[in-house]
Write a protein that binds this ligand. Structure first.
Ligand SMILES: [Zn+2]
Length: 353
């Protein structure tokens, strides 16, 4: 179990360990904010948590000042993804069934992703992960959309599902499905348009999930490998911002403010959401989230984890066979998709640093 900064790690607080690794992650995170007994439920519905969230609202100038250059005057039309299409992708991805590293459904999904990227500039980052459950093939898929400005914006989303939940009926509609799908829709939006801005790279990451119990060495296999590779080849220095999409399809959308992310980038995303009128879906709660961005955070890349970890009452659908399409909504994909595209636009307009 990963210790929290407060050292409060009693398993009593985390009844679904070890299978619910991401649940564990938010539980640990929220334990930082909830100063109460370790039998507190790991939800965002407590009064303690509400007050914590109220103290960190991004509009508060005392806690999270927005850089003055972050939102220049701009009359460009607001972007919109095709959420119906993105939802259909989610449905098709989920229909493959469980998709853990290396299984047959995973291979089918790799082909599905590549089929949707025909004609695009696509690269692989493939390797073998040595894990506590044996060796697994891992394959990050990268699609590059060149821009006119020097620098790269990276958007990541994992496409694997949870190995310990194999044969349980877990299909990961939200957890794995929604992230795979929204990146495919971003590719549609970026394709065939000359980018007057930074290059945008989309990465379908593999091995995000732990094979046994979430830890620094049993998690984010794909991005740990990719971050190391990009550090060696100099790519990391060119990345202006990196955003992770994870579990963004929940019909009751509530994006958590991740304290491991770069505050200025979170603020920029919030400003983009405000422009679209979507801000009520962002940052009602906060927590320190462990996700695909961490290997990049550790190397100084400005990152934001865009994640909703309040999936059903008390996060009850997370890492369970109840993570199915009926819990999701095209509207949520619309909100996250539009906000992300607007964030990219606002990043393009920021002065080069
Ligand atoms: Zn997960």
């Amino acid at each position: 179990m990963k210790p929290s900064k407060t050292g409060r790690t009693s398993p009593k607080a985390f009844p679904c360990v070890p299978l619910c690794s991401l649940w564990l992650r938010i539980c640990v995170a929220l334990s930082l904010a909830i100063a109460t007994t370790n039998t507190v439920a790991c939800s965002k519905g407590t009064s303690a948590d509400t007050s914590s969230a109220a103290a960190t609202r991004p509009e508060s100038p005392t806690t999270t000042p927005t850089p003055p250059e972050a939102a220049p005057p701009d009359s460009a039309p607001l972007p919109h993804i095709d959420s119906k299409r993105a939802f259909q992708y989610t449905r098709e991805v989920t229909a493959f069934g469980e998709r853990y590293m290396g299984n047959e459904n995973h291979k089918k999904l790799e082909r599905y992703i590549l089929d949707h990227l025909k004609g695009d500039q696509v690269e692989d980052d493939a390797f073998t992960a040595d894990t506590v459950e044996g060796k697994f093939p891992v394959r990050n898929i990268i699609a590059k959309f060149p821009g006119t400005k020097d620098g790269i914006i990276v958007i990541l989303g994992h496409y694997d599902t949870v190995y310990p939940l194999r044969n349980s009926g877990f299909v990961g509609a939200n957890d794995g499905g929604s992230s795979t799908a929204i990146l495919l829709e971003y590719a549609n939006q970026l394709r065939d348009k000359k980018r007057d801005g930074y290059s945008v790279w989309l990465v379908w990451t593999d091995g995000e999930e732990a094979v046994k119990t979430w830890s620094d060495t049993d998690s984010v296999y794909g991005t740990r490998h990719l971050a190391e590779k990009w550090e060696k080849d100099g790519t990391l220095k060119k990345i202006k911002a990196l955003m992770v999409m994870d579990m963004i399809g929940d019909a009751d959308l509530d994006i958590v403010r991740d304290t491991n992310s770069a505050p200025w980038l979170l603020d920029l995303i919030y400003a983009a959401a405000e422009r679209m009128g979507y801000q009520s879906h962002f940052y009602a709660s906060e927590g320190a989230i462990q996700d695909d961005h961490i290997p990049f955070v550790k190397r100084g890349v400005p990152c934001a984890d865009v994640i909703d970890l309040d999936y059903g009452y008390n996060n009850v659908f997370h890492h369970t066979p109840q993570d199915t399409m009926d819990k999701l909504s095209p509207k949520s994909l619309q909100i996250v998709g539009d906000t992300t595209l607007e964030t990219i636009h606002m990043l393009d307009l920021r002065p080069t640093n």
